[in-house]
Design a protein around this ligand. Structure first.
Ligand code: IMP
Length: 193
């Protein structure tokens, strides 16, 4: 099975491909010759993931999927959540987003948070969604230079190091995206080819 992955984020593509077996082949927007920055106008991860997959399905009429991820911090009432990419402004800069979170958390004792990923798959014109959650803690300072986004300040439950201190194989043991992807692949395996 071949699926278009409706993203321009190379890090997400890398993570998905690192988890992929023979079940399906992923084609990126770039590889599909599509140059578009799909808007994320909604107030839930579910609706934004659907917006992206439906947009690409309308353009290509091909099976495709998209995902939307948010960092949900308990002490900030679930923020940055669906606004994670733009938390510190429309430039979507990870360093600025992290600085804003650390500043808002400067005097906060409860550092619990979770990453949540929602995948929206459009298969033969029908939509299916899959969710993955990674619970953990927001560190008090940046740690590590790998990964992307908020990885340097997120320490997943069961680990002592941040996502940015882990290689991909280790991050996949804990990550929201890997967990959502597992559900997604389990579903694909039930589809007759
Ligand atoms: P989006 O799903 O591309 O809208 O991403 C939302 C925000 O969360 C962006 O700022 C991403 O950099 C960040 N983000 C998404 N996935 C991860 C992750 O696995 N680790 C750290 N940050 C992430």
């Amino acid at each position: 099975m071949t699926l278009i992955f409706a993203t321009n984020n190379e890090n997400k593509v890398k993570e998905f491909r690192s988890l992929l077996g023979d079940e399906c082949k992923i084609i990126t927007l770039l590889e599909a010759g599509i140059d578009i920055d799909i808007p994320e106008p909604h107030d839930t991860l579910e609706a934004n993931a659907r917006e992206k997959s439906v947009t690409i399905h309308r353009m290509t009429a091909q099976n495709c999927f998209a995902e939307d991820t948010g960092l949900e911090i308990a002490a900030l009432n679930g923020a940055p959540g669906v606004l994670s990419a733009r938390y510190a402004g429309e430039q979507k800069l990870a360093a600025d987003n992290i600085a804003k979170v650390l500043e808002e958390m400067a005097t906060v004792a409860d550092r619990s948070a979770q990453f949540r990923t929602v995948i929206s798959l459009i298969l033969d014109g029908k939509e299916y969604q899959f969710e993955g959650i990674s619970k953990g803690q927001i560190s008090t300072e940046l740690k590590g230079g790998k990964g992307f986004g908020y990885d340097p300040i997120f320490i997943p439950e069961g680990a002592t190091r941040s996502f940015a201190e882990m290689d991909l194989t280790e991050k996949n043991q804990y990550s929201h995206r890997a967990r959502a992807f597992k559900e997604f692949v389990a579903f694909l395996k039930t589809i007759p080819v």
